[in-house]
Design a binder for this molecule. Structure first.
Ligand code: HEC
Ligand code: HEC
Length: 332
């Protein structure tokens, strides 16, 4: 009874917040510009407010991990645009992973997941961290038993999916929640798509010209997503050592050093950078590109050395900062 009421209340709450989100994004959408376009749900998982609500419950629930200490949100913190601020993530029992936690904003627009750019759906992706020894370390069968014993989850599964709490319910809801995480209301969006001339500073405007016309960044980080959602070798290393990126999928040497191109939205708050968190600042990242990369054989040919004055470098950083979307942060 009580739970039903709270579900109804939550549903209302979600409906109200959705209305608010639409209003908030009005600046962009009113003008006929939703730069992101429509996010397509897979046919086997049409989204709705109930699924998003349930997915959010799971996302923040530490019971998804073996010793009930780690939830998805421990490594994908909303306040850090769904990253964790660490070089590499820390899972149960302080186990360190090999990779830096990527942002999940606009993740529903992506068609391949993880830095290797291989896993084809968000529904499938969700299973990986749950079972990964260094992340949540949980056996899926044991997890479903654990979640089925939680009356709220069992009841929600029956009500929303018309079945018992199972892997389908878990992965469909988690994916639906993640597809609700979008960002299209940064100062840059208001400037570029909303035609509000003063939404970004003169310095950021100069930085945008550098980024889009003088340098080669948009070859891989084009608006509106600031990623092509594909993989590339950006010359991070001359020798990639143990983590060779996409190479591990098919052992194809042309894949060595290819990693999924990260979005640059909210880049101001998603440091440290790169798949291994090896760069602490945007200044360091820019220096890397300015030197023309480390020259790995698979390095993308567009990456060539360039020179920037101190002011130009600061302009480029100001432009990158203009991709921060506080309204996205507020509505979480
Ligand atoms: C211990 C930290 C940790 C936990 C817990 C964790 N993640 Fe992650 N997540 C990561 C790291 C690190 C990566 C990058 C892994 C890689 O590329 O191999 C990642 C990648 C992802 C991606 C792919 C992003 C992209 O751009 O392709 C998604 C989606 C994701 N996580 C969702 C989740 C969900 C859902 C949960 C909970 C079920 C979860 N994560 C739990 C650290 C974590
Ligand atoms: C050939 C494609 C390509 C080009 C061109 C390119 N990048 Fe990247 N960028 C990548 C890839 C791939 C990564 C991730 C590499 C990794 O994780 O090891 C990345 C990472 C980054 C990151 C860190 C993102 C994060 O979340 O860790 C920033 C910032 C960045 N690039 C900015 C730029 C700028 C500025 C330019 C232009 C000077 C540029 N990139 C040009 C492919 C490219």
């Amino acid at each position: 009874m009580k739970f039903n009421q709270s579900v109804r209340f939550l549903t209302l709450f979600i409906a109200a917040s959705t209305a608010l989100i639409v209003l908030r994004c009005g600046t962009v959408q009113e003008l006929g510009f939703n730069p992101l376009g429509e996010m397509k749900d897979p046919t086997d998982n049409p989204t709705n407010a109930d699924k998003i609500w349930l997915g959010k419950e799971f996302f923040f629930d530490k019971r998804l991990s073996l010793d009930e200490t780690v939830s998805c949100a421990v490594c994908h913190k909303p306040g850090l645009a769904f990253t964790d601020g660490l070089k590499v993530s820390e899972g149960i029992k302080g186990r360190l992973g090999n990779r830096n936690s990527p942002t999940l904003i606009n993740i529903g627009f992506s068609e391949r997941f993880m830095f290797d750019g291989e896993i084809p759906t968000l529904e499938m992706q969700a299973i990986v961290p749950i079972q990964e020894h260094k992340e949540m370390g949980m056996d899926m069968k044991a997890l479903i038993e654990r979640l089925r014993a939680v009356p709220e989850y069992q009841e929600a599964a029956r009500r929303i999916f018309n079945r018992d709490m199972d892997v389908w319910v878990l992965t469909r809801s988690l994916a639906a929640y993640q597809r609700s995480l979008y960002s299209n209301n940064s100062d840059f969006d208001r400037f570029y798509y909303g035609k509000q001339k003063n939404a970004i500073s003169a310095s950021a405007k100069r930085g945008w010209i550098l980024f889009s016309e003088k340098l080669y960044c948009i070859a891989c980080h084009p608006a509106p997503y600031f990623t092509t959602h594909t993989v590339a070798n950006n010359g991070l290393y001359a020798d990639y050592g143990e983590d060779k990126g996409r190479f591990r999928i098919k052992n194809d040497s042309t894949d060595i050093g290819k990693f999924k191109i990260p979005t640059l939205r909210n880049i101001q708050i998603t440091d440290p950078y790169m798949h291994d968190g090896s760069m602490e600042s945007l200044s360091e990242v820019i220096d890397h590109y300015a030197k023309g990369g480390k020259g790995h054989v698979n390095q993308h040919p567009v990456i060539q050395s360039f020179e920037l004055t101190k002011r130009e470098k600061s302009d480029l950083i100001q432009f990158l900062y203009s991709l921060t979307d506080m309204s996205f942060m507020e509505r979480l």
